[in-house]
Design a protein around this ligand. Sequence first.
Ligand code: ADP
Ligand code: MG
Length: 626
Amino acid sequence: MITATTETRKFEAEVAQVLHLVTHSLYSHKDIFLRELVSNASDACDKLRFESIAQPQWLSDDSELRIDISVDKEARTLSVHDNGIGMSRDELIANLGTIASSGTRRYLESLAAESKADSRLIGQFGVGFYSAFVVADKVTVVSRRAGSDAAEGVRWESDGKGEYTLDTLDVARRGTTVVLHLKEDESEFLEAWKVRSLVSRYSEHIGFPIRMPKEVDGKPGDEWEVVNSASALWTRPKNELADTDYQNFYKSLSHDFSDALAWTHNRVEGNQNFTSLLFVPAKAPFDFMNGREERKGLKLYIRRVFIMDASEQLLPAYLRFVRGVVDSDDLPLNVSREILQQNRQVERIKGACTKRVLDLLDKLAKDEADKYVTFWNAFGGVLKEGIAEDAGNRERIAKLLRFASTHSEGTAPSVSLDDYIGRMQVGQDVIWYITADSHAAAKGSPQLESLRAKGVEVLLMSDRIDEWMAGYLTEYAGKKLRHVGKGEIELDAADAEAHKASEEAASGVVAKLKELLGERVSDVKVSRRLTESPSCLVLDEYDMALHLRRVLKQSGHEMPDSAPVLEINPAHALLKRLEAEADPERSKDLALLLLEQAQVAEGAQLDDPAAFVRRLNRILLGTPTA
Ligand code: ADP
Ligand code: MG
């Protein structure tokens, strides 16, 4: 029975936008609509099973959860039915008429911020229900929420153009049916064999039976048969599963179009029994880096019942790229998010999952270098957070880090700390690194000249996060890590003597510089770092690098003023010239230029660039200052 009142509503403005994008950009992946609908049906069955823990009567009248798919060639429809949780009228409005997914919202924001953002990016996250409109010109959803009366059934219908209608009607049983009225040229989805092949490609390991009508004489009959394996993949023994099983499961789990890079599947028995299946994707979704707050991707099951996405409770933030499933035999079914937060068993599962992922990455780095490069490019920056966040695994994470270096080709980060240690010079006991704004600034820094001259390798760090990470990575494999631009550099005994002599010889020019530069510097010293450049800036061992200070200052942090130390190379002709210069104005110009060029080399902006240019021109032209 359908009531006479049909309510017409407009989609939220953003939905119309998403619909437009989805239908125009997903065409080359149009098959995935079926995966999305089956995935929603499976989620709905999961939700019912979960809610029936508290409301057993919801399940008992129709207890075999399932998904039925059928086609009708005459009517040109493809239907996906589930007897899961169903939706009330309000839920239909909220779920299908607005943008529910926060990923979609962020995607839209990124589009708005950057008008040329690639619309193909939309394929990188679950586009969900709206993908139905890629192949259908009309979609009808009929639903009845578990626990509601037959008369509270609702029909939602739309052509995906901006409006949808809602009707109230009698629906005999709980659950949802999605009917796609296929577009003229999408007839292939009316072929049962085609639909079956999509089910086995994308939805083979959905944990509920997916049924289709049994064919009789090439036509769908009245009986149904199950067309997927309908067992939760992670519960099956590893030796029964092929790589393609894992890859297809990964895709249905993650909504990714591409294969996973690697996975680890384990059953733990003992005090605590659980199964974990963890995947490392090959690339980061576009909005990945903003995703620290609301993390998703690791599903918690308890004895096969889906409980919730518990990525935040089961994995540390620096492993938030991992996708997968944890199925515990021991946790209580009525576990809440709050309980998960402080449960000792959960802590132990988290520790074990962390270890599994680190083992997997370690193995990848050892055995499949190409894949490790792919991993590092996608997620290396995230893994670095672990150095600060996970003191217990710091050494293991450090082993996985990759850096650019003065001894490696190009800008790609390819050197591990173990590689570095393997190449250390006789008598060298420190791992040297430099942090800077850019690779070029790191590589060209005057601060590393003397080390380079001696053939000592220096790791070149230019990621934003590096300076922060390095603050926690003070030691690896018993070797100290040190920044070449911070603290005193001790050289061997022969150098020490030569240095002393040059300090004495340069005492005049040092005194002159101190006087001329005054408060702009905290000290002037003869450098052990420089061999070519006349000057550079250095910091105390525990000072924050200047480029990071600038970033923090720009973003509004209070930074106490602190003047750097200027180091000079007395052998350089400019220093000789300063020493010999009798004219006070020209001396001042030279002194300031020595400071300013050190600032420029380090990547700083000058306080008064115009004054710098005038000074430079006076010196270049030898203009009398008087
Ligand atoms: P997502 O699944 O990522 O949340 P979708 O666009 O696929 O996004 O679905 C939007 C929402 O619509 C779902 O979160 C769910 O609440 C609801 N929904 C979709 N299909 C069903 C269904 N078959 N049964 C119950 N609810 C559904
Ligand atoms: Mg979905």
